[in-house]
Ligand binder design. Structure first.
Ligand code: ATP
Length: 324
């Protein structure tokens, strides 16, 4: 087995709350094991441009509670080319870096797989995305914080919706996955949740809205941004069906990515950070560290990036049952 002495960590793709806790765990686990640790700025872009800095225990002090990523993140077109990846390899070779930990989503792991294949670099991945759309882990780092941000915002909108007897259509993040919409919908008592994984039954939704009129003065419909029609169209359709309703649209946007990571995300990132470095030292590569049923497990990148459908039909049923 090859000896690893120098490890670099980077964050890539969209940022998510808890990435800092992950960076901290990777750096400190490395130092605990007498390794030299480095941070790559701006994801693969920094790898290609050689923006790589040494990191010590102090450089990750007081960051576990901070949202975003101190290493910054970016999308890199150059890293998608062989020439870009070759340049990245030259840069890490010059610094003597033996292995990488990459924190990101499916694109990040696809890039990592190619880098391993072409340049024989051990890489372990950590799932850092608010969408929770990776296989090989029950939850991704950032998802729990993001749904709590959504719940907080929807609760506030519910207050004003209730005061004015309004129907609010609220669009939340989730380009390919309705998990943010579904869980936040259940926990805010939404009357309906529209997600990309399921075809919308408009008739059923309209009936439900009409029926709930006798019990409720406000109505909340949560729409995932990846839903085939999106919040604006849904709001227009409700207005068409119920011209007397006061229908408003609210798109929550980027607040869902920011904020202090929840306790759950901090613990998840800490556990996976430790596991990633220990995994590399045990000779692992090309795998993502994840948590399944409370246990750390490693899943090959090619399996982790499959967008498995984590939609539990029981959850969609719950929305309907409880929306009376
Ligand atoms: P998120 O789920 O938050 O969007 P992600 O990791 O999927 O995160 P992407 O922008 O898709 O985010 O990917 C991050 C980076 O990974 C890209 O900017 C690119 O540098 C690299 N990457 C993505 N796809 C490939 C690919 N097919 N080949 C090489 N590199 C890739």
């Amino acid at each position: 087995m090859r000896t690893i002495k120098n490890i670099a960590v980077l964050t890539s793709g969209g940022d998510s709350p808890g990435m800092n806790a992950g960076i901290r765990a990777v750096v400190r686990t490395g130092i605990y094991n007498d390794l030299n640790m480095f941070g790559v700025l701006r994801g693969y872009d920094g790898l290609v441009k050689g923006e790589i800095v040494p990191m010590d225990a102090k450089s990750v002090a007081n960051i576990i509670q901070r949202g975003g990523t101190i290493l910054k993140t970016a999308r890199s077109e150059e890293f998608k080319t062989y020439e870009g990846r070759k340049q990245a390899y030259e840069n890490i070779k010059t610094l003597g870096i033996d292995a990488l930990v990459v924190i990101g989503g499916d694109g990040t792991f696809t890039g990592a797989s190619k880098f391993i294949e072409e340049f024989d670099i051990p890489i372990i991945g950590m799932p850092g995305t608010i969408d929770n759309d990776l296989a090989g882990t029950d939850f991704t780092i950032g998802y729990d914080t993001a749904i709590n941000t959504v719940v907080d915002a929807v609760d506030k909108i519910r207050d004003t919706a209730e005061s004015h007897d309004r129907v609010f259509v609220i669009e939340v993040m989730g380009r390919d996955s309705g998990l943010i919409a579904l869980r936040s919908g259940i926990s805010t008592g939404a009357e309906a949740v529209l997600i990309p994984e399921l075809t919308v039954d408009y008739d059923a939704i309209m009936k439900r809205l009409d029926k709930s009129r006798k019990n409720k003065s406000s109505r909340i419909i949560i729409v995932a941004e990846g839903d085939k029609e999106g919040g604006e169209v849904v709001a227009d359709k409700i207005k068409e069906n119920f011209p007397h309703y006061d229908v408003r649209l609210s798109i929550l946007g980027h607040i869902q990515r920011g904020g202090r990571p929840s306790c759950m995300d901090r613990v998840l990132a800490s556990r996976l950070g430790v596991a990633s470095v220990e995994g590399l030292l045990e000779g692992r590569r090309g795998e993502m560290a994840g948590l399944i049923c409370g246990q750390v497990q490693f899943t090959p990148f090619n399996k982790a990036i499959k967008h498995i459908d984590k939609i539990n039909e029981n959850l969609t049923r719950i929305v309907e049952i409880l929306s009376l």
